[in-house]
Ligand binder design. Structure first.
Ligand code: GLU
Length: 471
């Protein structure tokens, strides 16, 4: 966000910057930008102590150029209509960029989930869902929520149960929400999907000669120093995949402070330490950074803000020393910050493409729910039998035997998680290349965010154009 303008205005500012490079007439551009439907509800909650509290909640359907609408539901005290509209808009562009056939949506409940018991949270989630049902704002073909900041598989299971009890016999009901537990129709790989997508996206950027040469960095992620802000689901898994592929996560920041170790931090150990002590600080072998935001300004190759919006502003942008910023969160940079960073030659890999792994795997989950069959169920054994035959033939012909580890690898038929990871990897690689091609096509395009917006605007614009006359 710019310090003066709202989050939604900021998204639209970035949109306008990109729209100049497209052929669409003003009317279509205005329609693409508009938030189509905004639902604001208030409902009472009887708290465990018997008192009554009024809960404020939203669901925004930003675009109906494709159905259903798609996007997470967040539980946060900062929720307001403007924020939900901005996040819903980002979902429209995000889905377009990764070719996921949904319109953008987002929901929010204005609560701090830490201040409520599990029973109270369940009551809030179920009441919110039944309000969405009443208003026709949820359904496998209408609008499909998912986890976001402050929510996870548990809340999605409550949403599913409330929806199905209000729609008995609806055979595709499981597709009314994604990010569900695997036992409730979820897909394997959804939990880590956003973090893995962030990793795949940055890895592809790091494999692009032109970008790395410009930044004076070597190709690949293996030798890179990474800083992650936020150890929630997205930050945790992003750190995990960077570490697994040889990068060093030298600092991790949370709201109570940050820690630094130039030899690298193990996110799992840090997570356990925080769970045990209640704070990320005083992690064995690491240096404390009491002011959390100072961690963003440390020397590193890749900075990953994976918490909330508006953390890099005009105020601190000038002090950022990272070469690449990967926006794992939605909207972590303000427009003003963007300009400063762009002038400094820092490559900002934009949110609505980089964190699209979550919605991409949500799409796979939704398809699984509609097809009523687990990925890999039909072909796994067939592939394994075939691979055994081929390997046997090769061994007969060459008179050599392959080792047992290689044999397992070659014979293996794909499980659900293999297919989900491969679908996600392919999606992130092709999206990166498409954005890079647009960026390369015109030297006037200032940054990767503008290139990503151009890709999104062209896809949504084409969909509206092909729909013909507006009704
Ligand atoms: N909340 C995630 C996002 O912002 C996931 C949305 C989804 O899976 O629908 O992209």
């Amino acid at each position: 966000m710019s310090e003066q303008t709202s989050f939604f205005e900021n998204v639209n500012k970035s949109f306008d910057k990109a729209a100049k490079f497209t052929k669409w007439e003003q009317g279509i551009l205005e329609q693409i930008k508009a938030a189509n439907s905004v639902l604001r509800i208030k409902f009472p909650l009887k708290r465990d102590d018997g008192s009554i509290e009024v809960i404020e909640a939203y669901r925004v359907q930003h675009s109906h150029h494709k159905a259903p609408c798609k996007g997470g539901i967040r539980f946060s005290e900062a929720v307001n209509q403007d924020e939900v509209m901005a996040l819903a808009a980002l979902m429209t562009y995000k889905c377009a960029i990764v070719n996921v056939p949904f319109g953008g949506g987002k929901g929010g409940i204005k609560i701090n989930p830490k201040k409520y018991s599990e029973f109270e949270l369940q009551k809030i989630t179920r009441r919110y869902t039944s309000e969405l049902v009443k208003k026709n704002f949820i359904g496998p073909g209408i609008d499909v929520p998912a986890p976001d900041y402050g929510t996870g598989a548990r809340e999605m299971a409550w949403i599913l149960d409330t929806y199905t009890s209000l729609h008995p016999g609806e055979v595709d009901a499981a597709g009314c929400v994604t990010g569900k537990p695997v036992t409730q129709g979820g897909v394997r790989g959804r939990t880590e999907a956003t973090g893995l997508g962030v990793f795949y996206g940055i890895r592809e950027v790091c494999n692009t000669h032109k970008v790395m040469d410009k930044l004076g960095l070597t190709l690949g992620v293996g030798d890179k120093k990474v800083i992650v802000q936020g150890l929630g689901n997205v930050g945790f898994h992003t750190a995990k995949f960077f570490r697994a592929f040889g990068a060093k996560v030298i600092a991790i920041a949370e709201y109570e402070g940050a820690i630094y170790n130039e030899n690298g931090l193990n996110e799992e150990e840090v997570f356990q330490h925080r769970k045990k002590t209640g704070s990320i600080l005083n992690f064995p072998g690491a240096t404390n950074i009491p002011k959390s935001s100072d961690a963003l300004e440390l020397e590193c190759d890749i900075l990953i803000p994976a918490a909330l919006e508006g953390v890099i502003t005009k105020e601190n942008a000038d002090r950022i020393k990272a070469k690449i910023i990967g926006e794992a969160a939605n909207g972590p940079l303000t427009v003003d910050a963007d300009e400063v960073l762009s002038k400094k030659g820092i490559v900002v890999v934009p949110d609505m493409y980089l964190n699209a792994g979550g919605v991409t795997v949500s799409y796979f989950e939704w398809l699984k729910n509609l097809s009523h069959v687990r990925y890999g169920r039909m072909e796994k054994r067939f592939t394994e039998n075939m691979n055994k035959q081929i390997l046997g033939q090769i061994e007969d012909m060459t008179g050599k035997k392959v080792g047992s580890a290689e044999r397992l690898l070659i014979e293996h038929g794909a499980d659900e998680v293999d297919l989900v990871y491969s679908g996600l990897e392919e999606t992130m690689i092709s999206a990166t290349r498409e954005i890079m091609d647009v960026w390369d096509s015109n030297p006037e395009i200032p940054d990767m965010r503008t290139a990503a917006f151009i890709v999104a605007i062209n896809k949504v614009g084409t969909a509206y154009d092909e729909l013909g006359i507006f009704p």
